[in-house]
Design a protein around this ligand. Structure first.
Ligand code: NDP
Length: 478
């Protein structure tokens, strides 16, 4: 495919091009994309600014209908989008299709939200007064997205931004911009007015300052360090900022857990989507009595996972998405080996039928929380198990990390589960279900430094994408 930038309704070439390759087969070129420079980013912001008043004042039934139409179009093209996603990012065919379907559902949800915006009416404290609290669109929002959910994250930010009356400039990751190009085409074909949605592709560090400082809001998903840079940049213009960042998510398995269920939950949370989910389980914390049985069963299941070309029938784990990410995963494995812990599954690259970025899912045991492996986000299929004595120690270890996105527990004791839910420091808690896998109608996000500035998804998305206005009306005594 050849993808161009979209600015003010015009498909625009850029200042050179960038090429993506299939991580399942590095010989296969997937897309060529026009790269925008700072002046094009500024034009995109200007175009969104010009389109903002009409879009904000537009009829909400028409807006809802349009967003529903976008959902229909994404759903109808889910196979095409999923296939491109698998080829560019490396998710399996099933995972790619499911993500595309999810993007359609998100548009349906926010189509409904367009009609569900409400405010507050308060009786005034002074006679003859009342108070109205209403919400208004932020204005122009820049959306900056990562490579690991190349359709879902652009879709959920765009759908919410548009539903609440904002105009958009989207900048996807250079590693996987293809799905954002398809999204831009779908939005255009659905009849979105020129300038309401703009797409610029290119390097984040280069385009970031223009996109951040020119907008009224920036919604960013990516690594925690990048998020810090975005926040520092946003401080210069006091741009409202929403950051969805990294995780180091613990899964606690207690002695009373259902063993088979716990193993399945750990397998899914740690390794599916090649562990490249911000919500992936990346610390397994297991109490003493169940530890050996759990580790034996999990290691057997991990070794049996079929790694392969994302589009091959029967592949359960696609490749690592990018070469730098694979290097990072291997570095974590080397550090863990040097730390002297035992590797019970994986630990090496895998040869498949095509030259790709394949890594065997890797499980270490005998780790402790202070180790490098447990202290830093891997963002790949590499996980360590830490053995603890009891629930109290498990909770302490689970909470002993600055990142706080999701946390999970496997137990059959409702009271213990509730103590965990109450006590653990995390934005989302999972009881007897994987740490990854979230719903679009519920708030999504972590505590600092995993997240900052308001949750995404669900009805609460309105908080970031709108500004409140409190009006005091002196209507006179009646
Ligand atoms: P990065 O932080 O590297 O990049 C994310 C986006 O930010 C990309 O579009 C990138 O552009 C852009 N960018 C890079 N530098 C800057 C800058 N200085 N100013 C503005 N934008 C910039 O993340 P990855 O793409 O590597 O994604 C992986 C990370 O995302 C993981 O840490 C993961 O935990 C996190 N993540 C968090 C989620 C959440 O909701 N909490 C969900 C999914 C992922 P480019 O790279 O194209 O130059």
């Amino acid at each position: 495919m050849y993808g161009k930038n979209l600015i003010d309704g015009q498909w625009r070439d850029g200042n050179g091009t960038t090429v993506t390759h299939n991580p399942s087969d590095l010989n296969e070129q997937v897309g060529t994309y026009a790269v925008a420079d700072r002046s094009m980013a500024a034009q995109a912001i200007e175009s969104a600014r010009k389109a903002a008043p009409r879009w904000a004042a537009g009829n909400i039934q028409q807006r809802a209908d349009l967003l529903r139409g976008v959902g229909d179009a994404i759903g109808a093209r889910a196979e095409e989008i999923g296939l491109l996603l698998s080829r560019e990012e490396g998710k399996t065919r099933v995972e790619g299709f499911a993500e595309a379907k999810r993007a359609a559902q998100v548009f349906y949800f926010f189509a409904g939200e367009t009609l569900r915006q409400n405010g507050l009416f308060l009786p005034g404290l002074r006679d003859g007064h009342n108070v109205i609290v209403s919400r208004e669109p932020l204005g122009v929002v820049s959306l900056i997205t990562p490579w690991n959910f190349p359709i879902a994250v652009p879709a959920w930010k765009t759908a919410a931004a548009l539903a609440y009356g904002n105009t958009v400039v989207l900048k996807p990751s250079e590693f996987a911009p293809g799905c954002s190009v398809l999204l831009a085409r779908i939005l255009t074909e659905a009849g979105l007015p020129d300038g309401v949605f703009n797409l610029v592709m290119g390097n984040g560090r280069e385009l970031g300052p223009t996109l951040i400082n020119g907008a009224d809001g920036v919604s960013f998903t990516g690594a925690t360090d990048t998020g810090r840079a975005v926040l520092q940049q946003a401080a210069l213009s006091m741009t409202k900022t929403q950051l969805e960042l990294g995780g180091k998510n613990p899964l606690v398995v207690l002695d009373d857990a259902d063993l088979d269920q716990a193993v399945q939950i750990a397998l899914d949370g740690c390794f599916f989507q090649t562990g490249q989910r911000c919500t992936a389980t990346s610390r397994l914390i297991v109490t003493r009595k169940i530890h050996d049985a759990f580790v034996d069963a999990l290691a057997a299941r991990v070794r049996a996972l079929r790694v392969g070309h994302a589009l091959d029938e029967g592949t359960q784990l696609g490749p690592v998405a990018t070469a730098p990410q694979l290097q990072k995963d291997l570095m974590f494995i080397e550090r863990a080996n040097n730390d002297g812990v035992e590797c019970v599954a994986g630990g090496t690259r895998v040869e498949c039928r095509t030259p790709g970025l394949y890594l065997a899912p890797t499980l270490f045991i005998g780790t402790h929380n202070a180790m490098h492996l447990n202290q830093h986000e891997v963002f790949g299929p590499v996980v360590g198990v830490t053995r603890v004595d009891d629930f109290e120690e498990a909770l302490a270890v689970a909470t002993d990390h600055e990142l706080a996105l999701t946390a999970g527990i496997c137990t059959n004791d409702l009271r213990t589960a509730e103590r965990f839910r109450h006590g653990v420091r995390a934005g989302m808690v999972m009881v007897n279900t994987p740490t990854a896998g979230v719903a679009y109608h519920a708030p999504f996000g972590g505590r600092k430094p995993s997240g900052f500035g308001g949750r995404e998804l669900g009805a609460g998305a309105v908080e970031f994408f709108t500004e409140g206005k409190t009006s005091y009306i002196h209507h006179g005594v009646i």
